[in-house]
Design a protein around this ligand. Structure first.
Ligand SMILES: Cc1cc2nc3c(=O)[nH]c(=O)nc-3n(C[C@H](O)[C@H](O)[C@H](O)COP(=O)(O)OP(=O)(O)OC[C@H]3O[C@@H](n4cnc5c(N)ncnc54)[C@H](O)[C@@H]3O)c2cc1C
Length: 318
């Protein structure tokens, strides 16, 4: 069995549909299952039926107990379900849980997977290394194989129907530890979430100040996308930290990534390795961003951006 995990219970997410797509590829004719952990998990898990997957739910407040509740609950589930592979989202929770879960089950973990394929009995997991400059193929020698998968790595599974799955309950464990959450502060991301955006318009230090980010927002709005930023722009206070793209920010995989005034440092590129098309506007024709850009505009952005916005506006109107 291949077990796909989702952390919260508000319906099955796009990310889970992608993990299900990957699970289906790797499972061949074998069974695929979804486990949803958190409040509302039962309802969300039932949607797995539409994908022909089995459904499990640990419906309860795990978040208050930190990573331990997720690890303990999943470990107990894996001990009874015996999956060969567990797929987790490559988000902060997934990065925390994957190695701990693998260690507890005597398995092995691989993080930040961007591709996976069957090679006979083995699964070959591909993950970026050296800040995205190279890709390593990894074969895990212990089972279960626990992998965190970056968004956009697999095409989302198609729904085969709409009938809800029978949901089996998983007991919630790990809530008897001394760690308790005292407060939650939710960052107001407003609009489209970076991780789910199909289009991202990102700005860097080359914008020269916070004002031009309003134009980036306008372009992103017209394209139905989200605004991103380099670490330099975030450090300057021109964009909030939750907008940072890169090695220490968000890992994104949009269809279109427009980088404006961003040099293309390896730490930034590490966050956009999964972008399908990169467009760069940068006044320095030698900027490394052009090495990954399919379309490059080696000009000052002030001379390009207003026209770009105007053209998109016309196209949308016409
Ligand atoms: C451990 C570590 C982790 C890091 N993590 C991240 C991360 O997650 N994300 C990240 O982004 N960075 C990260 N960095 C920082 C990274 O190394 C770079 O410093 C940063 O990405 C640079 O941001 P930038 O491209 O906006 O700025 P710069 O490198 O200063 O580039 C600005 C660019 O704008 C261009 N420009 C200037 N004026 C104009 C104009 N008028 N029109 C058009 N172009 C113009 C310039 O030619 C230049 O190429 C990390 C660094 C370290 C050491």
């Amino acid at each position: 069995m291949i077990l796909v995990v989702q952390w919260n219970g508000k319906g099955l997410t796009q990310g889970t549909a992608e993990l299900l797509g990957g699970a289906r590829q790797l499972a061949g004719d074998g069974p695929v299952a979804v486990a949803v952990l958190g409040p509302g998990a039962r309802e969300a898990a039932a949607e797995a039926g539409a994908y022909g997957a089995r459904a499990y739910a640990a419906d309860g407040d795990l978040e208050s107990y930190g990573g331990e509740a997720y690890v303990a609950t999943l470990a107990a589930a894996c001990q009874s379900l015996q999956p060969q592979v567990v797929l987790l989202p490559a988000d902060p929770r997934g990065r925390e849980v994957a190695p701990r879960l693998a260690a507890r089950l005597g398995g092995a973990a691989v993080t930040d997977v961007i591709e996976a394929r069957r090679d006979g009995d083995r699964i070959v997991w591909s993950r970026p290394v050296f800040g995205g400059k190279a890709v390593a193929d990894v074969v895990l020698k212990k089972s279960p194989q626990v992998a965190t998968v970056r968004p956009g790595s697999f095409p989302a599974a198609e729904k085969a129907g709409s009938s809800p799955a029978e949901v089996e309950d998983l007991p919630v464990s790990g809530t008897d530890r001394p760690l308790r959450r005292v407060e939650v502060r939710v960052a107001d991301e407003g609009g489209v979430r970076l991780e789910e955006a199909r289009v991202i318009v990102s700005g860097g230090r080359g914008l020269g100040g916070p004002e031009p980010f309003k134009d980036l927002e306008e372009l992103a709005r017209l394209l139905g996308g989200a605004v991103g930023a380099s670490l330099a722009a975030v450090d300057e206070g021109w964009a909030p930290p939750e907008r940072q793209v890169g090695q220490t920010g968000k890992i994104v995989a949009p269809d279109l990534y427009i980088a404006i005034g961003i040099s293309g440092a390896s730490q930034h590129l590490a966050g956009i390795a999964g972008a399908k098309t990169v467009v760069a506007i940068n006044k320095d024709p030698e900027a490394p961003i052009f090495e990954v850009a399919r379309l490059g505009v080696p000009m000052e952005y002030q001379k390009v951006l207003p026209h770009l916005i105007e053209e998109v506006r016309k196209l949308k109107a016409g």
